[in-house]
Design a protein around this ligand. Structure first.
Ligand code: NAD
Length: 260
């Protein structure tokens, strides 16, 4: 149980991050959610976490491209709830273009959000974790932390980097009861993915099943999507005593993608 502990989850207004936040709350943790979205929709998710799980939930609008806002988010969580015990670095974006055409501002933005934000959040949260002799740092990497795909240079670079950062932090924190690990999903069924299907059907003249199997799941041997709850369940496990000796690891949940 994570009762009386606090979890900060970046990029948790939708998709995998929201599932992490709800899974942490289900374990009894107070939660700070973060990310973009319409104010009323974010407030509805925040209030629903409190109502569903009987914990406290606060929202930070910190922009993960801004180091000072990231530090302020961690400080706000410590002020509001008394500690940050679980940090889940999850905010991420994608851009697809050949490397020679890759927009410079997209490169910088993806490195900032998908990689550097984790450094800044860890830097802010680790001192408290070390002082309390307990902490869990979890970062959402990707199958693209292990293998590449063409046209995703910034994303693949950032996700590989996240694994290196995690290993380094794991070594520095190991003697303090603090673990640092990555979770690396393959294709996860999120509204973002689901909403692309009708357009792809039209653009390629394919059926729904053909889009799912021949386009989206071409890399995934199970031919099934990972669910957000399956990803969140790994984070819950990493927070348990059973996982206290797992550190510096990169756990795949990718339907066999990276076995190939
Ligand atoms: P999503 O688009 O549903 O969620 C991304 C979240 O990040 C949102 O809450 C968004 O508001 C937030 N965000 C974006 N830019 C931000 C910024 N500058 N500051 C603060 N928050 C910001 O995407 P998702 O599919 O849930 O992805 C979450 C993580 O999982 C990402 O790191 C992504 O790379 C990773 N991932 C996703 C998949 C997949 O198939 N969906 C697979 C592997 C890894």
């Amino acid at each position: 149980s994570l009762k009386s502990k606090t979890a900060v989850v970046t990029g948790s207004t939708s998709g995998i991050g929201l599932a992490y936040a709800r899974a942490m709350a289900a374990q009894g943790a107070n939660v700070m959610i973060n990310g973009f979205g319409a104010a009323d929709a974010v407030e509805a998710e925040r209030a629903k976490i409190e109502a569903d799980f009987g914990v406290r939930c606060a929202y930070s609008p910190a922009d993960m491209t801004k180091p000072d806002e990231i530090a302020a988010m961690v400080a706000l969580a410590e002020q509001t709830f008394g500690s940050v015990d679980v940090l889940i670095n999850n905010a991420g974006i994608q851009h697809v273009d050949p490397v020679e055409n890759f927009p410079l501002e997209k490169w910088d933005q993806i490195i900032a959000i998908n990689l550097s934000s984790a450094f800044h959040a860890i830097r802010a949260a680790l001192p408290g974790m070390k002082a309390r002799k307990w902490g869990r740092i979890i970062s959402t990497a990707s199958a693209h932390s292990l293998v590449a795909s063409p046209f995703k240079s910034a994303y693949v670079t950032a996700k590989h980097g996240l694994v290196g950062l995690t290993k380094t932090v794991a070594l520095e924190a190991a003697a303090f009861g603090v673990t640092a690990n990555c979770i690396s999903p393959g294709y996860v069924w999120t509204p973002l993915v689901e909403n692309q299907i009708p357009d792809t059907m039209k653009a390629r003249g394919l059926s729904r099943d053909e889009v799912i199997n021949n386009v989206l799941l071409a890399a995934q041997p199970t031919k099934q999507f990972v669910t957000v709850d399956q990803v969140a369940a790994i984070a819950v496990f990493l927070c348990s005593d059973a996982a206290s000796q797992i550190t510096g690891a990169n756990l795949s949940v990718d339907g066999g993608w990276t076995a190939a």
